[in-house]
Design a protein around this ligand. Structure first.
Ligand SMILES: NC(=O)c1ccc[n+]([C@@H]2O[C@H](COP(=O)([O-])OP(=O)(O)OC[C@H]3O[C@@H](n4cnc5c(N)ncnc54)[C@H](O)[C@@H]3O)[C@@H](O)[C@H]2O)c1
Length: 465
């Protein structure tokens, strides 16, 4: 519910007061009774009140006399889909959502969750087959080119579909590998998608205009690529009965929040980029059925070296500046952000492909580790420790409003995934890159998604790095 507080009441309020609360809310046929700390005491439905009236209970009686003291409740980390299934089974109109101390943190109504109506599948109906062939859309990019190599090492047959926005350096050396195939294509080209998206066990969709700044350059085009093309791709996968589809979304869908955010938390996209990702998630999830198991990865900010390097990501950029300019420049730095090493991310994708379908079917996973939430300032300090001759400069100017800490318990529990690499590992590897290649110019536009797009790559040009 958008504002569940309006249906909360106290145990010493009268039945009449609670009837008014229910009438005023207009949304829920009941009320949730809490103590002064918002801990759950009980619930009452309009049916309970009707029964009390028929039994001639006085309307001035305290609500605690007729409330149900042990109602159905759900813990906040249970997926909305599971809650919906229970609500349907038990014919509940609403259900309080509790944290570990039994505080009410939300109330779901059956209307809130009815979007799951059309794609309830019996999880034991999902046929599973071993994943052998994988299509990576956007596989020539920063995270894709690391993932492709990890998949090849594990013996998968890998096809990359990419328009080579940033050139083909990242995959050129793979072209003679018998398990690797490359298709040059643009995800806006439906003909090409229809021709190539078939006969795979899994599709991992990474292609996008990536990042807030890049998406802001041409919002309409960002929406076409990030949202509309994604919908088409997911539809084709479903139509072609490709059982597994992993979508690369982002933790930025959470925007700014003081809470530790899990997959059930409120989302608050603060940019066009995050909005296109969130809308894509929603569009993809409505397509789930017994032949099609989408899975959403809300990925932390990635760091570490890749064959297609990006220096517009916080750890990579601050490390490059420390190495080359001897400066680590930070604006405010108090914002929290989760981080993940690019090789750990590749492991998470692979772990997902190996996990039985019923466990990942239409699930959202935050992808990262519970130790990987850092303030930007702390990332600066880690880099300073490893590159001590660089100066740490902090400006008191907060231009980036994204600020969130993310809970990665679900991916640990369901996929058994935990990151193995720390920020330090990424910093040291990037430091080594600069030591080995003194000519590496991290300021080149190709390393920055927004700068690359500014000079016309959207119109079909691309770089040979
Ligand atoms: N890197 C991160 O920190 C991060 C964090 C969260 C989520 N993600 C998501 O992961 C995915 C991959 O990110 P990345 O960092 O590897 O980005 P990237 O920009 O390096 O890679 C994107 C790839 O998609 C390709 N592409 C772009 N537009 C295309 C089009 N119209 N047709 C075909 N191919 C196209 C590009 O050529 C590129 O190879 C993205 O969807 C991104 O939103 C990344």
């Amino acid at each position: 519910m958008k504002d569940f507080n309006k249906i909360l009441s106290r145990k010493d309020q009268s039945i009449r007061d609670v009837m008014n609360i229910i009438n005023d809310s207009g949304e829920v046929k009941g009320s949730v009774i809490v103590d002064d700390d918002n801990r759950l005491l009980g619930v009452v439905t309009d049916g309970d009140i009707r029964r009390a009236i028929l039994n001639k209970v006085d309307l001035e009686t305290k609500i605690e006399k007729i409330m149900i003291k042990n109602p159905y409740v759900a813990k906040r980390d249970v997926s909305k889909r599971e809650v919906f299934n229970v609500m349907k089974m038990k014919v509940l109109d609403f259900i309080p959502i509790l944290d570990d101390s039994r505080k009410v943190v939300n109330v779901y109504t059956i209307q809130d969750l009815s979007k799951f109506e059309n794609n309830i599948v019996e999880l034991n109906e999902l046929e599973d087959r071993e994943v052998k062939s994988v299509l990576i859309i956007g596989g020539a990019g920063y995270t894709g080119s690391v993932l492709v190599r990890a998949l090849l090492t594990e013996g998968y047959k890998v096809t990359v579909f990419d328009n080579l926005q940033f050139g083909d350096n990242s995959i050129r050396e793979l072209k003679n590998n018998p398990n690797f195939k490359f298709i040059k294509g643009d995800i806006r080209d439906i003909q090409s998608l229809l021709e190539h998206i078939k006969d795979f066990d899994a599709v991992i969709h990474l292609a996008a205009i990536v990042g807030d700044a890049a998406c802001n350059i041409d919002p309409e085009n960002s929406e076409t690529i990030n949202l509309m093309s994604t919908r088409v791709i997911a539809e084709i996968c479903k139509f072609r009965k490709i059982p597994r589809f992993i979508f690369a979304s982002t933790c930025s869908v959470y925007g700014a929040s003081d809470e530790l955010l899990n997959e059930e938390s409120e989302v608050n996209p603060l940019s066009i980029y995050a909005e296109t990702k969130l809308k894509s998630e929603q569009a993809i999830q409505t397509l789930a059925d017994k032949n099609f198991s989408p899975c959403i990865f809300r990925i932390a900010t990635v760091f570490g070296p890749s064959p297609r390097m990006r220096f517009d990501l916080v750890v990579n950029l601050l490390t490059a500046k420390a190495c080359k300019e001897k400066k680590i420049t930070i604006f405010s730095g108090e914002q929290w952000r989760p981080n993940i090493h690019v090789e750990d991310l590749a492991r998470a994708y692979i772990q997902c492909l190996k996990t039985p379908r019923y466990k990942i079917h239409n699930q959202i996973f935050n992808v990262g580790g519970n130790d990987s939430n850092y303030k930007i300032i702390d990332i600066g300090r880690i880099i300073k420790k490893l590159i001590p001759d660089a100066e740490l400069i902090i400006y008191d100017d907060e231009f980036d409003k994204r600020d969130y800490k993310v809970d990665f318990t679900k991916i640990k529990n369901i996929l058994g995934f935990e990151p193995q690499k720390k920020i330090e590992d990424g910093v040291q590897k990037i430091q080594a890159m600069f030591e080995q290649n003194a000519d590496l110019d991290f300021t080149k536009k190709i390393y920055y998604n927004s700068k690359s797009y500014e000079i016309g790559t959207l119109k079909g040009l691309y770089f040979e790095a």
